[in-house]
Design a protein around this ligand. Structure first.
Ligand SMILES: Nc1ncnc2c1ncn2[C@@H]1O[C@H](COP(=O)(O)OP(=O)(O)O)[C@@H](O)[C@H]1O
Ligand SMILES: [Mg+2]
Length: 564
């Protein structure tokens, strides 16, 4: 059954199950159309999940020209329930089971962009694995370029969203990508979308991109390209899977409230009427969520690892006999014994966590195999290295020598943000000094580098262990939102190459050859360089510095560490 929609007939099931894209500049009417499609789906009995980084979809609960909708809002400034990366999958799973529509409102200062990506990634994978049994459902993603950008830097969230578009149908899922920057949304993903809604487009890049696209499909003629720069707000070209050519659509009035951001403090800014209640669903979830947060915190590998480190140090100090003499502090022995007990509890918890993570990965692989895809490039989880079973505490002997503890109030010394962020990005792992300096964009030999290193160390934000540098727990926390490097694999090689001038092509040639070795001559030939030349040697040296490549008797190849 189709619905007349401002110039086209829309079939809610076709919209619901397919991949759709809504593109256009700011204020052109994208979110208006998105929420209206949400209404259409809802009224057709198709629930939806929306990832909303701009905090606009919660308004659907309020009546506008027509009724408001009983959707659940998690997070944001108007949420019924709080939203964190830990709680998001539980909320989506509950919504899936109950057939409820839910908006994950990501517009909140406490959620970083890294949190957005975690939430989208985890929920998309959950939906792909679990939705089949619950029936047709649709996923809306506002600000899609944050998750599937043209230049992919977070392979895992890209992978999850790309799968949602490419093979969501297997799980009875469709997905709508909404973005104001059409040229920044990944082309490969856009090409998978059956339905396109093109609103006003400005900017040479955006227009040229679209033109190329429409030309390939034979739809660039007529009025489309001519009218796009001046399309009135609320009008678009709808290019639907079933039809050859785009159709001019005037998006009809929707039922629920849509805020007018240009109305300064006027009535149009605030919703009238009462939000539709979804009390029952929320009541049940509200009791659940605090438990999830607690569980996650108790099992957070960062917290556990930091605790293990702290206790290991305390134990080592006690073993070396640095602890105070027994008679003066009779309860010291007990304290150490308690620490040891705590330590073995922590290590046991780490083991459980490791086992659970590996099990999860195994199940994910099995589920994906069933879906016909491959597994995400998650690193295998290995238990942390630790000393053999903790020895019983020896009798303490001497008082500890007085030593100025590094001050660690968590503030980052001037100029040190970048070097610290480079370590925080890999926390709780560490980097060799060469890797660290390169990824932070510094020369290791420079004086500045030494200064920053010293400052960070004496502030207690970094530490050196077994030839590697690590952010301390305080250090990692001090940085906040850091861009994580990609998981080991070709993307990690490219990530390094981007920081090592001139090495991009060499990196690509080595990726292509992996896992084979390339002789120097062969590699040089592929790059049309001379193996004897200085430049060639410089590039190899640059890549070898942070351990991206290794040199052996067979020639050169990428290291196993980098390729995972
Ligand atoms: N079809 C429409 N009918 C009436 N008003 C609309 C329509 N589309 C957009 N608007 C109004 O235009 C403004 C911008 O729309 P919106 O969809 O929020 O823009 P964006 O493209 O940035 O998502 C809003 O105030 C909205 O109410
Ligand atoms: Mg919008």
């Amino acid at each position: 059954m189709t619905v007349a929609f401002g110039g086209v007939d829309l079939d809610p099931v076709e919209i619901g199950i397919n991949g759709n894209a809504i593109l256009g500049i700011k204020e052109s009417g994208k979110s208006y159309l998105g929420t209206e499609l949400g209404e259409l789906l809802f009224d057709s009995g198709i629930p939806f999940v929306t990832f909303d980084p701009i905090g606009i979809w919660h308004n659907m609960r309020y009546p506008g020209a027509g009724k408001g909708y009983p959707i659940v809002v998690a997070g944001g400034f108007h949420g019924d329930i709080p939203l964190t990366p830990a709680s998001a999958p539980t909320i989506v799973e509950a919504a899936m089971k109950k057939g409820v529509s839910v908006v994950l409102d990501l517009f909140h200062p406490e959620l970083s962009k890294a949190d957005w990506r975690t939430i989208v990634r985890e929920c998309a994978m959950l939906l792909l694995h679990r939705n089949t049994e619950y029936g047709l459902r649709h996923v809306f993603i506002e600000e899609a370029a944050e998750f599937v950008p043209q230049r992919v830097f977070d392979a895992r969230v890209y992978d999850a969203v790309e799968r949602l578009i490419r093979m969501g149908g297997n799980s009875r899922l469709g997905c709508t990508l909404i973005s104001p920057r059409s040229q920044e949304v990944n082309k490969a993903v856009l090409e998978l979308c059956e339905n396109m809604f093109l609103f006003r487009q400005r900017g040479k890049n955006a227009l040229e991109n679209l033109k190329k696209w429409l030309e390939v499909a034979g739809a660039a003629g007529g009025d489309v390209m001519k009218t796009l720069p001046n399309m009135p707000r609320g009008e678009c070209w709808a290019w639907l899977g079933g039809s050859d050519l785009p159709v001019h659509v005037r998006v009809p009035r929707k039922n629920s409230f849509h805020p007018d951001r240009r109305a300064m403090g006027g009535a149009a800014e605030a919703p009238r009427g009462k939000a539709v209640s979804v009390g029952k669903f929320i009541g049940a979830l509200q009791a659940e969520l605090p438990k999830i947060e607690e569980e996650v915190k108790a099992n957070d590998p960062r917290v556990l690892k930091a605790e293990v480190q702290r206790l290991t140090r305390a134990l080592a100090a006690a073993e070396k006999g640095q602890a105070p003499a027994a008679p003066a502090w009779p309860d010291q022995r007990e304290e150490v014994a308690a620490l040891v007990a705590e330590l073995s509890e922590c290590t046991a918890a780490m083991d459980r966590l490791t086992a659970a993570a590996n099990e999860l990965q195994r199940r994910q692989k099995a589920a994906l195999a069933a879906l016909g895809g491959e597994s995400l490039p998650l690193p295998a989880v290995t238990p942390p290295t630790r000393r053999a079973s903790p020895a019983p505490p020896p009798a303490p002997r001497q008082p500890a020598p007085a030593r100025a503890a590094p001050q660690s109030d968590g503030s980052v010394p001037p100029g040190c943000a970048k070097p610290l962020a480079a370590l925080a990005a890999v926390y709780p792992s560490g980097l060799t000094e060469a890797q660290w300096a390169t990824s932070a964009g510094y020369k290791r030999s420079g004086g500045t580098w030494g200064t920053y290193k010293g400052r960070l160390r004496s502030a207690g934000l970094i530490e050196q262990r077994e030839g590697r540098w690590f952010a301390t727990e305080v250090g990692a926390a001090a940085v906040g939102d850091v861009e994580l490097p990609p998981a080991p694999g070709p993307d990690l090689v490219r990530w390094w190459a981007a920081k090592l001038p001139g090495t991009t092509k060499m990196a690509e040639a080595l990726i292509e050859a992996w896992p084979e070795w390339l002789s120097r001559d062969e590699l040089a030939a592929r790059l049309e360089m001379s193996a004897a030349g200085g430049t060639f040697g410089t590039y190899v040296g640059r890549l070898a510095g942070p351990g991206v490549v290794e040199r052996g008797s067979d020639g050169i190849r990428l290291t196993c560490e980098i390729m995972g």
